[in-house]
Design a protein around this ligand. Sequence first.
Ligand SMILES: Cc1ncc(COP(=O)(O)O)c(C=O)c1O
Length: 437
Amino acid sequence: MDKILEIIKQEKQRQAEQLQMIPSENYASEEVMKAVGSHLMNKYAEGYPKKRYYQGNVNVDKVESLARKRVLQAFGLNGKQWGANVQPHSGCEANVAVYNAMLKIGDKIMGMYLPDGGHLSHGWQMPGRKITMVSKIYKVGFYHVNRQSRVFDYDQIEKQAVKFKPKMIICGGTAVPRDINYQRLGEIAEKIGAYYLADIAHEAGLIAAGVLKSPFPYADMVSFTTHKTFRGPRGAVIIGKKKYMDRINFSVFPGLQGGPHIHSIAGIAIAAKEVQTKAFKEYAKQVVKNARVLAEEFNQAGLDVVSGGTDKHLVLIDLRKQSLSGWVVAWALEKAGIIVNRNTVPYDTGSPYYPSGLRLGTPALTSRGMKAKEMKQIAKWINMVVEHVKKEKLPKDPAARRKFTKSFRRRIVRDEFLRKMRVEVTVFARKYSVPGI
Ligand SMILES: Cc1ncc(COP(=O)(O)O)c(C=O)c1O
């Protein structure tokens, strides 16, 4: 067996034996995986259905056309008013394609501030340091959450937008536990004559299932990744008002990409059908219920849950009250078989690599059929780990920090408490099936 196939086997085992709580991860169905691993991957198909630059597209044209149709259906959209592009290879490319379609170099854009939950692809930059290519091309402004409530203040966003006058307002992010007021943002964009892009990468599946509010018809363009709550393969989609679709399509190809990943597009088409089922709607409801149970359990244990709870699939914990780093807790949890990600929290003073928070999600656990009872057990384990490492303070000084991180990683391997928990977690996790395993 090739070494890679052996590693894949190990990864399957890891996915079955650990608790996957990264909010942007999920388990795609067996049908989705079958499509992605199919012969479609052998086909080049630059262009769009019926307008390809290669021959032999009789089948791939059907795949892409069906994917576009199903994606619109998933959000209850009329093909006369809206169009879909299913070719972006990822969420970042989808967003860049929208900017490239609608903006000129040097135009202003305004999105959510990254440490407040926003996303890199909305032009992340720091004072004196342009991190993303987007920030080198456009002038970027950010809006923030309120320091006390840690939720977005739309009156404040309106004032800022009127003053900054962006050509595009963007919303969406990776760590926003509360629902977004798409209607209000649409009104603000209209007031200042800006385009409005809603990036629903995290929420797409929950919105399609009707569990969260929809950005349609308020946004001019909506982008999303297909591998998070949408539970499809890795990839992304742009849906736009029909009048903008020629520009968007031209921006994706030939503007930014070459051949579409038709095998992924086939997986997206299958996922787009799956999200329309009754079973998926029940799943999406349970995702949110489960996240609320987690938030409640953390609140009761005295942890600082950002914004006090969640409306979605994710919970954000601020560990500054415990003077703990997300880095320390996330590594300890991994040793116990619980996979979360460390994350910045609003007004964080830690670096993105050593942030002060933890971001935990329920999409993958819920795909395994877990409900409130299981969430309570998992929250209990997480609370125990936080308590267990409470004396492990990450030094601020880089040299002392290097020494600490090395020693901490070594110590947790031998930690009996975490080892014992790992055994319990493995026995627990194995009871819940994973598609394809
Ligand atoms: C809000 C948002 N937009 C865009 C992306 C980028 O997606 P990708 O990693 O597929 O480029 C993500 C991924 O986490 C995201 O959360």
